[in-house]
Ligand binder design. Structure first.
Ligand code: AMP
Ligand code: GLY
Length: 433
């Protein structure tokens, strides 16, 4: 099977590794990364030019395109490929609105009786009305930019002043067009976890549950990031909770999307808030795999990922491609550049990856999130930092404790200037489990 993978982050590196492990797969990638090119041939195309992607698929006899990030989904890449008869793992632009418009997602959940926080949507012409509403809202209150904002468009405000500032900033263009509408939402108490469903438009298969660590600092402090680490499975999501999530959230979402003429085929990422009574409500939907959750979910997936995704892409989900969604436990610690999630330096040399991967009998994988090869004048190449999140150190084991230990042992073997990471990834899972 010839597969073209779109993306360049740690998530896509993990997808590349797992897809490559499926029998008879030849993998191509764009834009790719030095990590992804360990498993895939570079496709010299610009994924934002859909005609180029289509042309490449025809020339290279691509059987399936797997789209990693949200931006190409929101730009309709899947639609354009499908229109040319090319199988795609990833939802249409309309179905991806579950992620690309928080207002759409909230209204959809309300229409279909899916549990989520109370909310109201305001557009930029309702600025004063929104201010009045926020000023009398109970605290904390959550202000969200409607559109895609790389995980940075959400403010959990403890005071009305902070809430109003967030609202004004969104309407003043802080998030560009993503902030033209905003969602004002009730704050939900509880613990977060996420569930990933591989969907073919009607049916689904739920993969391992995971917990991300969104804040930059230990103990969930400081700014929100794209995700500083993850582990899977997440014991907070008991079998009973998962059964209810399947029945009360994922199933009605697929049925509702189909009934509204936008069947969802791809990975549905359900971000959950689980309260003390074990009731789960939706915090957010994403229309793609999570990053860094994919790194841990795929590390413990026992199955043939290429056949699983292909079956979903052609509308015939084949669950027999998977033997066990959670074969062991995995942990991923993200190494970020100094200053992340703000401005970061680029171009610092990275060393120690081979030592880290060799440290624990092949159970450690180092996924590249933001790296680049630097070519010296003598022809040698060195790996440099090239983004906010630089690497994702992922280890699997039989227990979470062991996976965490292996991860941090590997983390200590990798060096680059400004290396920044959390020291408590997975600790929540040990407390819960
Ligand atoms: P989102 O991009 O919608 O997932 O929001 C980013 C983060 O903000 C979430 O992972 C939560 O930690 C927090 N958050 C968002 N909405 C709420 C809410 N209604 N109640 C509590 N926390 C929230
Ligand atoms: N780790 C959060 C996300 O992928 O959206």
């Amino acid at each position: 099977m010839n597969i073209l993978l779109i993306g360049s982050g740690g998530r896509e590196h993990a997808l590349a590794k797992k897809l490559n492990a499926s029998p008879q797969v030849t993998l191509f990638a764009a834009p790719g990364s030095p990590g992804i090119f360990q498993f895939a041939t570079q496709a010299s195309i610009n994924p934002t030019h859909h005609a180029e992607v289509i042309e490449f698929c025809k020339t290279a006899s691509i059987d399936m395109v797997v789209i990693g990030p949200e931006a190409p989904l929101a730009a309709g890449l899947a639609d354009d490929l499908r229109a040319r008869g090319i199988a795609v793992f990833g939802p249409s632009r309309e179905a991806a609105r579950l992620e690309s418009s928080k207002a759409f997602a909230k209204d959809f959940m309300l229409r279909h009786g899916i549990l989520t926080a109370q909310y109201r949507v305001f557009n930029e012409h309702q600025h004063q009305e929104a201010r009045d509403y926020v000023a009398q809202h109970t605290l904390p209150v959550v202000i969200k930019a409607d559109g895609l904002a790389a995980g940075k468009g959400v403010t959990v405000a403890e005071t009305h002043r902070v809430a109003l500032e967030a609202l004004d900033a969104a309407f003043d263009g802080k998030y560009g067009t993503a902030g033209r509408s905003i969602v004002v939402e009730e704050f939900m108490q509880g613990e977060e976890a996420s569930v990933f469903a591989i969907c073919d438009g009607e049916r689904f298969l739920t993969l391992a549950t995971a917990q991300d660590h969104k804040r930059i600092g230990d103990g969930d402090t400081g700014d929100n990031t794209g995700g500083m680490g993850a582990y899977a499975p997440a014991p907070i999501v008991t079998q009973d909770i998962l059964r209810r999530v399947d029945e009360l959230i994922i199933m009605p979402t697929l049925q509702g999307m189909k009934a509204e003429g936008k069947p969802f085929a791809g990975c549905l990422y359900v971000g959950l808030m689980i309260d003390q009574s074990g009731s789960a409500r939706v915090v957010e939907f994403n229309a793609r795999f999570g990053d860094p959750e994919t790194q841990v979910i795929l590390a413990i997936l026992d199955g043939d990922l290429a056949r699983l995704l292909h079956s979903a892409a052609i509308g015939k989900l084949d669950t027999s491609t998977v033997n066990n969604v959670a074969n062991g436990v995995a942990c991923c610690v993200v190494l970020a550049a100094g200053g992340y999630p703000g401005e970061t330096r680029k171009g610092d040399e990275i060393t120690g990856i081979e030592d880290a991967e060799g440290a624990s009998d092949g159970s450690v994988s180092v996924f590249h999130a933001g790296t680049a090869l630097h070519h010296e004048s003598d022809g040698a190449a060195s790996l440099r930092t090239n983004g906010g999140r630089v690497l994702g150190i992922t280890a699997s084991a039989e227990t979470l404790k062991e996976a965490i230990q292996r991860c941090y042992k590997a983390v200590n073997l990798i060096h680059f200037r400004g290396k920044t990471y959390r020291t408590d990834i997975g600790a929540k899972g040990i407390r819960t489990g």
